[in-house]
Design a protein around this ligand. Structure first.
Ligand code: NAD
Length: 329
C-alpha cells in the first residue's frame, strides 16, 4: 500500500471530475497512487481502463477510506447533498475518517488537504468548514473550496481556472501543485478565506448570466428592426455595451464561428446550470444583505425558456432564440 504522502484521492468521476482525475493521474509521477471513488461502478471501471498506462490507480469505497489512505482528497460533487454525505456522514465521511486516522499516527499526524471543486451552495461550504474546525483532527486538516470555470472542454484540456478559498494560507502551494495538473497555472487564484472561492465563482456567474439575457434583449431589438446585426455587434464591441457575451459567445446564430449559438446552442454552458448558479448568487446576496434587482426577472426568464422543449438543455445564450421566437406580450 502506498504511503499517504504519495497518495491522492479523487471523489466524483462525472462530466467534470472524470477528465480532471485523468489529468491529475497524468500529472502525478508514477510513485504516486491515485485513489478513485464514485457511486457509479461503471465510472470506476472505465477510469481504471482509461488510466491503465498512466500509473497506479486504486478504488476506495468512501471518503472515510480515502482520507485514511491519502494526504490529499479532491472532490468534484454535483450538489450539497452529495457534499454532506461525502464529508459529514458519521460512518463513511471524510471527517469521520480523518478523526479515526489520528489513532494510527503515533503523535505526529500528517497535515491533510480536503478540497471541493464543484459549485456548491456557500451555506454548505461554510457548514463543512465549521464541522472541520470543530473536529478532533482540525489542526491537521485544511479544507479548501476551489470551484472551477472552463466547463467540460476545460476539464478535458486541463485548462480550467480555479478560485480557491482557504483559511490556512500556508497550504496554498500544495493546493496549487495539485490544481496545476488540472488547470492553467496562471488561472489559479487564492481568493481569500474558506467560502471566498465559491463566492468569486458565483458572483462571476451572476454577472455573466444576467449579461447573457441583457445582450440577447439588445441584439434582438436590432434583429427585429432588420439591422445588420453583425455590424451592430462590431460597434457594440468597441463601445460601452461590450461584454464577454457580445465579444466571445454572441447569442445570435451566425455572427461568430465556433460558438454555441452557431451550432444550434449545443456544446456550451447549459441553461439549467446557468440558472442554478444565478440562483446561488441570489441566495448569497440575501445571506450578506446585498440588495439586487436584476436576478429575479432573469431567473424568471430562464425558468420560462428552460421549461420549453425547444430551449431545454441548450447553451444559456439560447435566451436570444427564446426572445426572438416570443410574441410581444
Ligand atoms: P456530474 O453529475 O456529471 O458528476 C457528479 C459525479 O459525482 C457523478 O459521477 C456521481 O456518480 C458522483 N457522486 C454523486 N454522489 C456521490 C457520492 N455520494 N459519493 C461518490 N460519488 C458521488 O456533475 P458534473 O457536471 O461533473 O459537475 C460536478 C460539479 O462541477 C457540480 O457542482 C457542478 O455545478 C460543477 N460544474 C459543472 C460544470 C459543467 O459544465 N458540467 C462547469 C463548472 C462547474
Amino acid at each position: 500500500m502506498s504511503a499517504p504522502d504519495k497518495t491522492v484521492a479523487f471523489i466524483g468521476l462525472g462530466v467534470m471530475g472524470y477528465p480532471m482525475a485523468l489529468n491529475l493521474r497524468k500529472g502525478l509521477d508514477s510513485a504516486h497512487t491515485l485513489l478513485i471513488c464514485d457511486v457509479s461502478t461503471d465510472a470506476l471501471t472505465r477510469f481504471q481502463h482509461d488510466a491503465e498506462s498512466q500509473g497506479p490507480v486504486e478504488i476506495v469505497k468512501s471518503g472515510y477510506e480515502a482520507i485514511q489512505r491519502a494526504d490529499a482528497v479532491i472532490t468534484m460533487l454535483p450538489d450539497s447533498n452529495a457534499v454532506k454525505k461525502v464529508y459529514l456522514d458519521s460512518t463513511s465521511g471524510i471527517l469521520a475518517g480523518a478523526e479515526s486516522s489520528l489513532k494510527y499516527d503515533d503523535g505526529k499526524p500528517a497535515d491533510k488537504l480536503i478540497m471541493e471543486c464543484g459549485t456548491i451552495e456557500t451555506s454548505t461550504i461554510l457548514e463543512v468548514a465549521k464541522v472541520t474546525s470543530e473536529s478532533a483532527a482540525s489542526s491537521h486538516l485544511t479544507f479548501v473550496d476551489a470551484p472551477v470555470s472552463g466547463g467540460p472542454m476545460g476539464a478535458q484540456d486541463g485548462t480550467l481556472a480555479f478560485m480557491a478559498g482557504m483559511n490556512n494560507k500556508n497550504a496554498y502551494s500544495r493546493v496549487k501543485g495539485y490544481l496545476s495538473h488540472m488547470g492553467k497555472p496562471d488561472a489559479i487564484f487564492l481568493c481569500g478565506d474558506i467560502g471566498a472561492g465559491t463566492a468569486f465563482k458565483v458572483i462571476n456567474n451572476y454577472l455573466s448570466s444576467i449579461t447573457s439575457l441583457a445582450a440577447s434583449e439588445a441584439l434582438n431589438i436590432g434583429t427585429k428592426m432588420g439591422l445588420d446585426v453583425a455590424l451592430l455587434t462590431d460597434v457594440i464591441n468597441v463601445s460601452g455595451g461590450q461584454c464577454w457575451v457580445t465579444s466571445k459567445s454572441n447569442p445570435v446564430p451566425g455572427i461568430q464561428a465556433n460558438v454555441p449559438s452557431s451550432r444550434d446552442y449545443e456544446g456550451g454552458f447549459r441553461i439549467e446550470l446557468c440558472r442554478k448558479v444565478l440562483g446561488m448568487g441570489s441566495e448569497l446576496a440575501e445571506m450578506v444583505g446585498a440588495r439586487t434587482v436584476l436576478d429575479k426577472p432573469t431567473l424568471q426568464a430562464f425558468d420560462e425558456a428552460m421549461g420549453d422543449e425547444r430551449y431545454k438543455g441548450k447553451d444559456a445564450r439560447v435566451v436570444y432564440k427564446w426572445l426572438n421566437d416570443s410574441e410581444k406580450k
